[in-house]
Ligand binder design. Structure first.
Ligand SMILES: [Mg+2]
Length: 373
């Protein structure tokens, strides 16, 4: 059994208009393109993966991913597709740093393929399912109408929300207060600053929110400052009782180890698409568990392929606070036509078919072409 070819297809990921709100701290590239990765074998079985992108935050573009996979391809063709560890070691040997989205797309495809070959779902390859479903967070649509949107989503069963910050401090404080006024204590809200504040600004704003009539026990402060400022994060953590989640600076196991060593986070956001695949993310989950740090198993701009991989990993994890697999619901279109993750009552479910359990894929619908500069 051998890998015979690896095929990449760039696909457009357009957010629905109501999700196009200005996110000043989250530089959105004009290019919204992901890459579908197909790993072919001499068995006729094909593994499907997705390399998701956020060039404004992580640098790598879809076109760099395609080049990265072309570069790695000669070292993977001819190898046994079931030896996922060997394949990842080979990838790291030729690309010890960088190519993170490329690595994630390949690793997701390897897992889908191995599951199809053995005849088990991906969660089974990860040691088996711990949960039947895992609560997922979702981002409400617009700043203008956040509260009514939240209430509608709560009506659908969602119990975890993420709100990006606009960059206007007074506006943001008012927005957070109005959301907190409208959600019960068992509904979690993370406010994601995407590194937009200074330490002092964070302490000021956290102080205002802490002094609400009742302390906001359901609030999470997500990545308020530079992702690599761990001394600053530790200072914030000591100064406020609002839990601090770190996210944007976690790309490698070293990054996570440094956060653990610096006691810089209450919660870490671990993302397959940002750490180079399922195996690397699994390793980080085990590290977080060993260090007694709460974690979420999260997404970046993902369609249903990568979102499904995230769901399998979250379901196989001991105690994720919640997961993030709703991004595909915010997009105009998706390559997946049938199968994969689904959401019911605010929680993520997967089927028990082999691999990711994705039955239908329509690449032509959203195939992207490289735009002229
Ligand atoms: Mg974030």
């Amino acid at each position: 059994m051998r890998i015979t070819d690896i095929v990449t297809t760039p696909v457009e990921i357009n957010y629905r208009p109501e999700y196009q709100a200005d996110k000043r701290f989250y530089p959105k590239s004009p290019e919204q393109t992901n890459v579908i990765v197909e790993v072919h074998t001499d068995t006729g079985l094909v593994g499907i993966g997705e390399a998701a992108h956020s060039p404004g935050v992580y640098g790598e573009t879809a076109w760099q991913t395609i080049e990265g996979i072309e570069y790695l391809k000669p070292h993977l063709i001819g190898r046994d597709p079931l030896q996922i560890n060997r394949l990842n070691i080979e990838i790291d040997r030729y690309s010890p740093v960088g190519n993170i989205a490329a690595k994630a797309g390949l690793d997701i495809a390897f897992h889908d393929l191995a599951g199809k070959i053995i005849g088990v779902p991906v969660y089974q390859l990860l040691g088996g399912r711990v949960h039947e479903s895992v609560r997922t967070h979702i981002t409400p649509a617009t700043y203008e109408d956040t509260t009514s949107d939240l209430l509608a989503l709560m009506g659908q069963g969602y119990r975890a929300f993420k709100q990006k910050m606009s960059g206007d401090t007074d506006y943001d404080i008012a927005l957070v207060n109005s959301i907190l006024d409208n959600i019960p204590e068992d509904v979690v809200l993370s406010i994601d600053v995407n590194q937009g504040w200074s330490v002092n600004q964070t302490l000021d704003i956290a102080g205002v929110l802490e002094r609400r009539k009742t302390f906001p026990r359901n609030l999470i402060l997500e990545q308020p400052i530079d992702g690599y400022d761990l001394a600053g994060a530790a200072e914030i953590r000591r100064a406020t009782r609002i839990p601090l989640m770190l996210d944007d600076g976690i790309r490698t196991v070293s990054d996570l180890r440094n956060i653990i060593d610096a006691r810089a986070a209450d919660i870490v956001s671990l993302k397959i698409s940002r750490v180079g695949g399922i195996q690397r993310c699994l390793q980080m989950i085990k590290m977080a568990e060993a260090a007694n740090i709460t974690y979420i198993v999260d997404e970046i701009n993902e369609m249903r392929v990568a979102n499904t991989a995230v769901a399998h990993l979250a379901l196989a994890s001991k105690r994720p606070l919640y997961t993030g697999v709703c991004c595909h619901l915010l997009l105009e279109q998706d390559v997946v036509t049938t199968g994969g993750v689904w959401i019911e009552d605010g929680a993520a479910f997967v089927n028990d078919k082999p691999g990711l359990g994705i039955d239908g894929l329509d690449l032509d619908k959203v195939r992207a072409t490289r735009k002229a500069a």
